[in-house]
Ligand binder design. Structure first.
Ligand SMILES: Cc1cc2nc3c(=O)[nH]c(=O)nc-3n(C[C@H](O)[C@H](O)[C@H](O)COP(=O)(O)OP(=O)(O)OC[C@H]3O[C@@H](n4cnc5c(N)ncnc54)[C@H](O)[C@@H]3O)c2cc1C
Length: 282
């Protein structure tokens, strides 16, 4: 199946792109790598009469140092981000997450911003945005605004983006000395995760000064797992504390029953992954 006829536009600048979106009202969609949107249009799970291709806009394709971390343009391809030395050095969790996305062909076309804006509950990059407290820059004809990743994910495949807004970039902070880990389990390599976790820990010696734990595949959106973070804060990162935090994490998420795994299996799996990720970060 193919979508009904639609207009394809490829603006050269961010100003042109936001103007096209504003003129089209609710009837336009941003096209990035097309790895999620095109199949949805073909299957008629999504509809639009204007496709606004943002992959050639220079403002959206840069990677640069920002506030000790890295700002990645929304249209940067996932493979390009994962292989950029600045990203690998300053925010290795981003590169690690991308290695789990689909297959090489998907990562070559798919973009960092597309993955975040698509807001799949099992998206690795969305969880990393939460775990690293990424700042998301957004633009429209009404101006620019910046959102915290925690206010961005509103529901399954739903975000705080208005219909006329474009995600411009994601700025991932880097905390010197932070220990990070990302683990997931999927039926096959390249499949979406049944459950996964991204962890960032700041330690004073063996004591946890700050913990950020984000789960994916275990609820309607990627989530910050505050129960686990509370169980870790101020504690010596012993095996027992890791286990207690993992139990708190498993108890606090709201996984769903699905064709690939039951909710109870995902919950149990999540606890195991959190425990392992914490011990790995340690
Ligand atoms: C077989 C397969 C396996 C996959 N496995 C995984 C996986 O394991 N983990 C994972 O996370 N993903 C997976 N994906 C999805 C992949 O990561 C996509 O690349 C990603 O979801 C969307 O990125 P894209 O650039 O292709 O965006 P598109 O498909 O072009 O767009 C996706 C959505 O985001 C919106 N959008 C895109 N860019 C912007 C922007 N700059 N501003 C505002 N809105 C925007 C679009 O309008 C659309 O609604 C898989 C895909 C396939 C086909």
């Amino acid at each position: 199946m193919k979508p009904p006829p639609l207009r394809y536009v490829r603006p050269a600048s961010l100003d042109d792109a936001v103007r096209v979106l504003a003129d089209a009202g609710d009837d336009a969609k941003v096209l990035a790598g097309g790895q999620s949107l095109v199949p949805m249009l073909n299957l008629r799970l999504a509809r639009t009469s204007v496709l606004v291709d943002v992959t050639r806009i220079a403002d959206l394709t840069a990677i640069g140092a920002a506030q000790g971390g890295v700002e990645i343009g929304a249209s940067v391809r996932q493979h390009a981000a994962a292989t950029t030395p600045l990203v690998r050095e300053r925010v290795p969790l981003v590169a690690r997450a991308i290695a789990h996305i689909g297959h090489p062909q998907i990562r070559t076309r798919g973009t960092v911003g597309g993955s975040i804006a698509h807001a799949d509950p099992a998206a690795e990059l969305a969880a990393v945005a939460l775990a690293l407290e990424a700042r998301l820059r957004v633009a429209s004809v009404r101006g620019a605004r910046e959102l915290d990743a925690r206010e961005f994910f509103a529901g399954p495949y739903m975000t705080a983006l208005e219909a006329d807004e474009i995600l411009v970039s994601a700025a991932f902070p880097s905390v010197a000395g932070a220990r990070t880990a990302l683990l997931e389990t999927a039926h096959r390599s390249g499949d979406f995760a049944l459950a996964g976790v991204a962890v960032s820990l700041e330690l004073d010696g063996e004591i946890v000064r700050a913990a950020r734990v984000a789960g994916f595949g275990v609820g309607p959106t990627p989530v910050r797992v505050e129960a686990a973070e509370r169980a870790l804060a101020g504690q010596r990162l012993s095996a027992e504390v890791c286990r207690e935090a993992a139990e708190a994490a498993a108890d606090s998420v709201e996984p769903f029953d699905g064709p690939h795994a039951s909710a109870s299996y995902r919950r149990r799996l999540f606890g195991v992954l959190v425990d392992r990720a914490l011990r790995e970060a340690r």
